[in-house]
Ligand binder design. Structure first.
Ligand SMILES: Cc1cc2nc3c(=O)[nH]c(=O)nc-3n(C[C@H](O)[C@H](O)[C@H](O)COP(=O)(O)O)c2cc1C
Length: 374
């Protein structure tokens, strides 16, 4: 099975299965002399880790990361720094319960990758999803922690802004609140609504979808390319690569269809610092595939968890019609744990484009340009 690598210069390869001994990744292309230790990575993994509240799966994976290569303690600073060599990271799997899947091993779970893996490869990993398992996303989160350190001044934050039919009040947006509730929700009142709503969903043995918004600040202007290496194209591809993501939008996104040309295009002025200032950000910080220097704003939708307690019609791999009901420990709303994963994918893509810009263009040209004398 190929296609386990993404990125060009900041290149991430992940490996492992949910029910194997370990998962890991190799980050190749990270510049040297960047301070890096496990302590820089672990907090992001802790945000994604299951079993932290009653609203996520009760699987207990400590997700303790080990750096195996690419970092050494620099004699001058006495600090662990990247060497420029491939950075290999590993997390041991400690809470696999394949027996949760044994009763349904030959039946395809509707909404899952079992059928498509079988029809493509002639086998499906019946221990719990194999490479299609979201366990792999732990490694993407770990790689994202490194990516954040590659781009000076970069901040990538995300928040859950809708669960099922319940939306946040954008006027009440408070980033500090994201750290205070189990949903990564920026609106305290909406978080309370989400809690009641999800308790009901969970008790019914059902599941629900969600929308997450990612905001990247400190993205320098000039990242991306006009055609094949569009920053928005690469972001959308990377975020669509997260399990259960069914749509991505940038800036005004699908709502742009409702706007007039006057309302949609972000007007420009010169700011007090002499830099261009946009009067709005419907473009989500990207024009013509290239970053403007404004915050990059992206939203993605995560579908409801497919594994639910209600019996569902399906077929087995031998061509018989049957029913399947998934027991085991599943998230009632996988959108919650997708929040740090979305942040990580955006950070990896921005780091990759930052290094690509440095490689091709070097210094971003100084703006404004000098008008040539006639
Ligand atoms: C963090 C995370 C956790 C997930 N956990 C589950 C789960 O417990 N049960 C489940 O049925 N699907 C879960 N999913 C979704 C499936 O992995 C995904 O729907 C499946 O692989 C099919 O892929 P697709 O939805 O991208 O087509 C999770 C997704 C993410 C991002």
């Amino acid at each position: 099975m190929s296609f386990n690598t993404f990125g060009h210069l900041f290149r991430v390869t992940t490996f492992g299965e949910s029910h194997g001994p370990a998962i890991g990744c190799v980050v190749d292309g990270c510049p040297p002399r960047i301070p890096l230790s496990e302590a820089d990575i672990q907090p992001y993994l802790d945000k994604r880790r299951p079993g932290q509240s009653r609203f996520t799966t009760q699987r207990q994976e400590p997700d303790t990361v080990r750096i195996l290569s690419g970092v050494f303690t620099d004699g001058d600073s006495g600090q662990p720094v990247t060497t420029g060599a491939p950075i290999a990271l590993m997390i041991e799997n400690v809470d696999q319960r394949s027996k949760d899947y044994s009763a349904i091993k030959d039946s395809y779970r509707p909404g899952h990758a079992g059928y498509t893996c079988d029809v493509k490869y002639g086998l499906q990993d019946d221990r719990g999803g194999g490479r299609a398992s979201p366990r792999d996303t732990a490694m993407r989160v770990a790689a994202g922690a490194i990516a954040r350190k590659v781009v000076p001044g970069l901040s990538v934050r995300a928040a859950l802004i809708q669960m099922g039919p319940h939306k946040i009040d954008r006027e009440a947006w408070d980033w500090a609140e994201v750290e205070r509730n189990p949903f990564f929700c920026p609106d305290a009142k909406a978080a309370a609504t989400f809690a009641d709503f999800l308790d009901g969903v969970r008790k019914q043995g059902s599941s629900v979808g969600a929308i997450i918004e990612v905001v990247a600040e400190g993205v320098p202007p000039g990242l991306g390319a006009p055609i094949y290496g569009k920053l928005d194209g690469d972001l959308a591809g990377a975020v669509m690569g997260i399990n259960a993501v069914k749509g991505v939008e940038i800036g005004a996104g699908f709502a742009a269809a409702m706007l007039s040309g006057e309302d949609n295009a972000d007007e420009m002025r010169v700011g007090n610092d002499g830099r261009p200032r946009f009067l709005s950000n419907n473009a989500g910080g990207i024009l013509g595939g290239i970053s403007t220097g404004q915050p990059v704003v992206l939203r993605f939708v995560v579908k409801p968890t497919s594994s639910i307690l209600t019996p569902r019609k399906t077929v087995d791999r031998y061509g018989n019609e049957t029913e399947v009901m998934t027991k085991g420990r599943h998230d009632p709303c996988v959108g919650i744990r997708a929040v740090p994963i979305g942040e990580a994918m955006v950070a990896c893509v921005i780091a990759d484009h930052y290094l690509r810009q440095r490689g091709q263009v070097g210094e971003t040209p100084a703006w404004p340009f000098k008008k040539p004398a006639v």
